[in-house]
Design a binder for this molecule. Structure first.
Ligand code: GLP
Length: 264
């Protein structure tokens, strides 16, 4: 794991975005795993500025959303299909036909999940998975005690997740109770993972994920087993890391050949 601690939320977005920009510049047909939620919005905004300036082209990149609510109309502004369209596909000028979201309205949910996994395999796997983290340590909607071997499937949201996500809806009782999410096994097969977190409300989850035991009680801790996971966080989210000074030292002394060019 590489831990990058930055002074501001804005820099979290820019530094994480630089990883994606470098990948897509080198591999225009790269397959991206796309997260929703508030955490990655700075990444998408930074990438959109590069696209608008003509420095980056996502026209051939492919995308797979991490998760989707079950039973929410596709045109509901809080469906992840709608969020991915408005926050990612449109600003990054991606080809919408190359971006998929799990079908939370499928009549046959099990088949929809299998077909999502098949589509990821057919695309050659995910090159880079963007992740946020829930305050309870979830990634995607893999709530605590999710199996490390899990694939895309239906999950029931934890009560704390419903409360956290109520801010996107008029009230908590409008938050769907179920979702489809890539599994932890699916996420671990991505060739690279970039997880972003900002704010003190994520500090416990980040400490557990980075320095705690690998445990399904903190699903993000499984990333300790990933070969190429980068955790990009602000000072507030880093507040409970015991080795924060070491991570800062490592980043400051990162070999030049390992650095990716910074963006806007
Ligand atoms: C959401 C999403 C996750 C996201 C997490 C944190 O419910 N399913 O993909 O990373 O919870 O959300 P936020 O970034 O808004 O804090």
């Amino acid at each position: 794991m590489e831990i990058v601690i930055l002074p501001s939320s804005d820099e979290v977005g820019r530094v994480a975005a630089a990883q994606i920009a470098a990948l897509v510049a080198a591999e225009p047909e790269a397959v991206l795993g796309l997260a929703t939620g508030s955490s990655p919005l700075g990444i998408y905004a930074a990438l959109a500025r590069e696209v608008a300036a003509g420095r980056l082209d996502f026209g051939r990149a492919r995308g797979f959303a991490l998760d989707e609510y079950v039973g929410i109309p596709a045109d509901h502004p809080q469906s992840y299909a709608a969020v991915i369209r408005s926050e990612v596909v449109e600003p990054l000028r991606m080809n919408a036909a190359l971006v998929q979201v799990p079908d939370g309205r499928a009549r046959d949910i099990a088949e929809a999940c299998l077909s999502y996994e098949r589509a990821i395999v057919a695309a050659g796997g995910i090159d880079l998975q963007i992740l946020g983290i829930g305050a309870n340590g979830h990634i995607g909607f893999n709530e605590p005690t999710s199996s490390f071997a899990s694939r895309t499937r239906i999950k029931t949201l934890a009560e704390s997740t419903v409360i956290d996500n109520a801010r996107f809806f008029d009230s908590a009782d409008q938050v769907p109770t179920h979702c489809l999410t890539q599994g932890l096994g699916t996420i671990m097969e991505a060739r690279r993972v970039v997880l972003v977190a900002q704010g003190e409300q994520k500090a416990d989850a980040i400490a557990a994920a980075v320095e705690g035991p690998v445990s399904s009680m903190c699903p993000a801790s499984l990333l300790q087993h990933h070969e190429h996971a980068i955790i990009v966080i602000d000072e507030a989210a880093a507040a409970k890391l015991r080795l924060a000074d070491y991570y800062r030292y490592v980043y400051a002394n990162k070999p030049v050949w390992q650095r990716v060019p910074s963006i806007g």
